[in-house]
Write a protein that binds this ligand. Sequence first.
Ligand code: ATP
Ligand code: MG
Length: 358
Amino acid sequence: MVFRKSASASKRFQAFDFLATLIAVVDGDGAVVFANAALEDALGTSRRTLEGSAFGACFNEPAVLRTAIDGARSNDFATLRYEAFLRRASYEPLPVQVTIAQGDKAAELIIEMTPLEQQVRHDREERLIDQALANKELIRNLAHEIKNPLGGIRGAAQLLQMEVESRDLIEYTQVIIHEADRLQTLVDRLLAPHRRPHVVGDVNIHEVCERVRSVILAEFPRDLHIERDFDPSIPEFRGDREQLIQATLNIAHNAAQALAERRAAGDAQITFKTRVARQVIFNKQWYRLALELHVIDNGPGVPDTIKDRIFFPLVSGRDGGTGLGLTLAQTFVQQHHGVIECDSMPGRTDFKILIPLP
Ligand SMILES: Nc1ncnc2c1ncn2[C@@H]1O[C@H](COP(=O)(O)OP(=O)(O)OP(=O)(O)O)[C@@H](O)[C@H]1O
Ligand SMILES: [Mg+2]
């Protein structure tokens, strides 16, 4: 009998298993009717153990849930929210925002718990994505506006150069031509991701790493050790190989540049590490499987002053840097529905590329 009840509950609430938020459905007495997969994970307890037990016991202060449930039953409210701590098997209690809503069966209540740290991260990610979109649009329009008159400026300077005889004056026209060329290169890089078509084929992430490795070693042949830590079980996936090589190269190139002092000291190291991640959330979406590619270096770390902005265009912490490498890398990875995250401290900087796997 009990089994039949829980079987039908798991069927009715099956869709909750696809959510990353923690969900419990309880009856009017506060006993668990259903617990979703995310909640099982978070508590470190199986659904079977939870079902039928008093859900209040999963909180540091069981009475609060009791009060909330009583309130839910006596008042006709739509939703109720408060913050609480969930007890976990072998971890510290997890701070969550609890939302209680009435289910479709009279006495049932749906209890949704969003981990607070996750909520903060989500809010931040969402803000960054919106900001990045607005930035991209601005940059693209600006680049077009700069590009149009540039050709004219350069052409006019060339004509002028043919007319003037004085050497001094020719120097001036050459400055104009040279600077116009420099701007042209910058503008071309700004527009690059929008220009090249996205060419899709089967991508092997380890081939991508190997290509990047050989390019970096060709540029820094001495004093740089590149370590590989690959998970060979990672499947091929559909994507644009050249774009992913460029994205990884931009990241690895930064690492090699940041390692100048370590290279001089003889212990500079970059590690390419690949892993499969399960049940991850990024770009506001939940993915069952994703590829993780870490590019880790033992350099001084990203300067604190620019840490929050390194993916923004024209932000550079380095003499002679244009601040476009990471912007481009992020754009290319986003075209694969992925994201690049950075975790950096002195001695260890980890750039992580996440891309959904089928
Ligand atoms: N691995 C790293 N270690 C330390 N700092 C880094 C690392 N990667 C990036 N940075 C910092 O982030 C900044 C932005 O990097 P980004 O690649 O976008 O631009 P850039 O390297 O300055 O110029 P560009 O790549 O366009 O030539 C760098 O200037 C550097 O200060
Ligand atoms: Mg760079």
